[in-house]
Design a protein around this ligand. Structure first.
Ligand SMILES: Cc1ncc(COP(=O)(O)O)c(C=O)c1O
Length: 406
């Protein structure tokens, strides 16, 4: 870094945040592989399947039609209509197209909603373990992340009591993510009902539901979102979702939300001065994703469920590892509590999930992400969005690593 950059050139806001640790872990695995090391990367949060052909064809057709210009800031009318229709069909939620907002990725929706609303000191409740970007986006906006820990024994779910206890007059938002990244936590209808009852008592609190993994649920789990369970919350809820995970479209960068119209207008004002709009071609691809055939979704669900079962069963075999069985997303979040204090063959004492993850990479070439990055230790996250053969080999290595600790 040059002296000029070191001497106050960078913003103070940037000092409040860190580089995304999941992106950093993925990059580290990629670099080690490029340098010739035998590394299995299980850090990335993206499905391994390709975007379905009908979606790619829709994008190619859009390019050929010349859909290559700036679009409306909030998204093309065809996509906003398709999203409104999706909310009605899948979530029993009535949003008018004017209540729909499209951004380049789910992350950009969250960023724009928070930046459009946060003032210094506003509190945002986030359950840990959390998706890494929530607290940092809040900090960028000068807000205060209020972290509420959850417990593995309770499937890493936010309880109504913990939510009630965290709300203060300064609370502006609850960020509510299910199926959860990194825990896979899902909430049954009654559990959502109980949280909704708490929120009804506190009318100043808005809710941002991150439903990104809605379609990745297993064992017959039925997904519901908060605004559907309690329609009275709709006036202060942002129902966020996107095409990245369910449609294998992480690189296309399209996320969206349904929200009260005045907030959509405020978000559009901000987006008009930042990224302007999601890519025109990607928006047309998203129209096809949401309106075209959905029959591949159950196939991917089954494939992911098999992988989950494989990983959970293999990770529960080594003494000292405990791995619960999440109902959704494509992550497991095993506990290493019983391995803390043990010594690796290198002589390193495993004193945290960070040292566990570092030694696992050095010794066995398996790249995962330490729990501290997600705000709850001592755990680590494995993404099982990769082939069963690779997962089996990775889990065998984790087993061998655990067995080598004394
Ligand atoms: C919980 C959660 N929300 C939002 C996102 C962001 O999705 P996108 O790639 O559409 O920005 C991710 C991506 O990892 C995620 O895990």
């Amino acid at each position: 870094m040059s002296d000029k950059l070191a001497n106050g050139f960078l913003s103070a806001a940037l000092t409040r945040i860190q580089r995304s640790p999941t992106i950093a872990a993925t990059q580290q695995a990629r670099e080690l592989k490029a340098a010739g090391r035998d590394v299995i990367g299980l850090g990335a949060g993206e499905p391994d399947f390709d975007t379905p052909d009908n979606i790619k064809e829709a994008a190619i057709a859009a390019i050929r039609r010349g859909e290559t210009k700036y679009t409306a800031v909030e998204g093309i009318p065809e996509l906003r209509a398709a999203i409104a229709e999706k909310f009605q069909r899948e979530n029993n939620l009535q949003y008018r197209p004017s209540e729909i907002f499209v951004a380049p990725g789910g992350k950009a929706v969250i960023y724009t909603a928070l930046m459009a609303t946060l003032n210094a000191g506003d509190e945002v409740i986030i359950a840990a373990p959390y998706w890494v970007s929530y607290p940092d986006i809040v900090l960028l906006g000068e807000g205060k992340p209020v972290i509420v820990n959850t417990a593995a024994e309770n499937g890493f779910r936010l309880t109504p009591e913990a939510l009630d206890g965290a709300i203060t007059p300064k609370t502006k938002w609850l960020i509510f993510n299910q199926p959860g990244n990194p825990s896979g936590a899902c909430y049954a209808r009654e559990q959502l009902r109980a949280l909704a009852d708490v929120l009804l008592k506190h009318p100043h609190v808005w809710v941002l539901t991150d439903d990104m993994y809605e379609h990745l649920v297993y064992g017959g789990f039925e997904f519901h979102t908060l605004a559907e369970i309690e329609p009275r919350l709709r006036v202060r809820t942002v129902t966020m979702n996107g095409v990245s995970k369910a449609y294998g479209m992480t690189g296309w960068r399209v996320g969206y939300c349904g929200a009260p119209e005045p907030l959509v207008r405020a978000m559009a004002k901000l987006q008009s001065q930042t990224v302007s709009n999601a890519s025109s071609v990607s928006q047309w691809a998203a129209v096809e994703a949401l309106s075209g055939p959905q029959d591949f979704i159950p196939k991917f669900q089954r494939a992911f469920e098999e992988r989950r079962d494989l990983v959970v069963s293999m990770l529960n075999q080594p003494r000292g590892l405990e791995c619960n069985t999440p109902d959704g997303a494509f992550y497991v979040y095993p506990s290493i509590r019983q391995l803390i204090g043990k010594r690796a063959p290198s002589g390193t004492v495993i004193d945290s999930d960070e040292s566990f993850v570092r030694e696992l990479l050095d010794q066995e070439g398996v790249a995962v992400v330490h729990g501290a990055a997600f705000g709850l230790s001592p755990f680590f996250r494995i993404s099982y969005a990769t082939s069963p053969a690779v997962l089996e080999e990775a889990c065998r290595r984790v087993q061998r690593f655990c067995a080598s600790l004394t």
